[in-house]
Design a protein around this ligand. Structure first.
Ligand code: NAD
Length: 319
């Protein structure tokens, strides 16, 4: 039986990943500061531990692991990573986790290590035109991420690549683009646009109003969780190290995303645009490399995933 360690197993993507690995027949250990919020973990063993402490990393990595998935990070949506208020914590906490894991994964000779980087590493100067953002993997340099969250991801990408070069660590790196779906944070300040908009629409009375940060003309793409997990699986099975984008190419404005949520809800609402943290003006996944190297790319529609997410958030509100 293959053994996998999922760091960040109490988080959104990590808890779904544990479930998928269990269904594939792995023995799974999860580790996180917290248990998953919205479901029971399916992990065979779950450690509540702070991965900033190398002693904790040592004992969770103890015993051979065929695969380690490093998803633990101090992160949240625009309200958390683009205000500047959490930059020191984001950089310190996530970098410390990655320094520990890279070093010890090499020492413990893990079979393969997956690292979740982010579209936030791409240079701000290529994401000024909302209709024509450039996020091909080779456009990452000269580096100019628009957030310290993005700088930490870029540093850690480079560190894992250096460990691969110097210590033979067998790595895979993906750059996720806005992953969403049920059991993601949907309130409290760390939620991202799809969940925040679904919540606002679900809470509003028909004919009422919702608030959106900025003019709503900033563009993004959003990838449903199941396709993110499929991309991780395919990357891990392949010989390609990456970094590779795992994202959707269905780019929409935030206003269009809100219209879609209203259509799903069957509500007509007006949008009030207010000031708020925004991030870059335009961003979209570029899937040429993933198609070329993995012979696959996400294909499901945004509306399909948003419908499932809207229904789930509606259920949470009724609880
Ligand atoms: P998440 O916040 O739900 O999960 C991250 C988990 O890491 C949390 O459960 C958190 O408690 C845990 N963690 C934080 N500090 C820790 C520590 N010191 N010790 C142990 N655990 C700690 O986020 P997610 O959406 O599941 O994202 C998973 C990974 O994917 C992250 O690395 C994130 O940066 C990356 N990513 C996510 C997205 C997205 O849209 N969700 C996009 C790009 C990259």
């Amino acid at each position: 039986m293959k053994r996998a360690l999922v760091c960040g197993a109490g988080g959104f993507i990590g808890s779904h990943l544990v479930e998928k690995l269990k269904l594939e027949g792995y023995w799974v250990r999860g580790v996180d500061l917290k248990m998953p919020e919205f479901s029971l973990t399916m992990a065979d063993s779950f450690a509540i531990a702070d991965l900033r402490d190398p002693e904790n990393c040592k004992w969770v990595l103890d015993g051979y692991f065929d695969e380690v998935y490093q998803l633990a990070a101090d992160m949240g949506g625009a309200g958390y990573i683009f205000t500047g208020e959490h930059d020191a914590d984001v950089m310190h906490n996530s970098a410390t986790i990655n320094l520990n894991i890279a070093n010890l994964a090499a020492k413990y000779k893990v079979g393969k290590l997956f690292y979740s980087s982010s579209a936030c590493i791409y240079p701000a100067y290529n994401q000024v035109d909302p209709n024509n953002p450039k996020c091909s993997e080779d456009s990452a340099y000269p580096a100019a991420p628009d957030s310290d969250y993005g700088w930490e991801k870029l540093f850690s990408e480079r560190m894992y690549l250096a460990y691969a070069r110097n210590y033979g660590l067998n790595i895979r790196i993906a750059r996720f683009h806005n992953i969403f779906g049920p059991e993601g944070t949907w309130c409290g300040g760390k939620e991202k646009a799809p969940a925040a908009i679904c919540r606002k629409v679900a809470e509003a009375q028909d004919g009422g109003e919702i608030e959106i940060w900025g003019d709503g003309e900033q563009t993004r793409s959003f990838l449903y969780i199941d396709e993110c997990l499929e991309g991780i699986h395919r990357l891990m099975q392949s010989n390609f190290i990456g970094p590779v984008n795992i994202g959707s190419e269905e780019m929409v404005t935030i206003n269009q995303l809100a219209d879609m949520a209203m259509r799903i809800a069957g509500k007509k609402l007006s949008i009030r645009h207010i000031e708020g943290p925004l991030g870059v003006r335009g961003r979209n996944s570029d899937n040429n490399l993933i198609k070329e190297r993995l012979n696959w790319a996400p294909s499901k529609s945004l509306e399909e995933g948003l419908r499932k997410t809207y229904d789930w958030i509606g259920e949470q509100l009724r609880k």
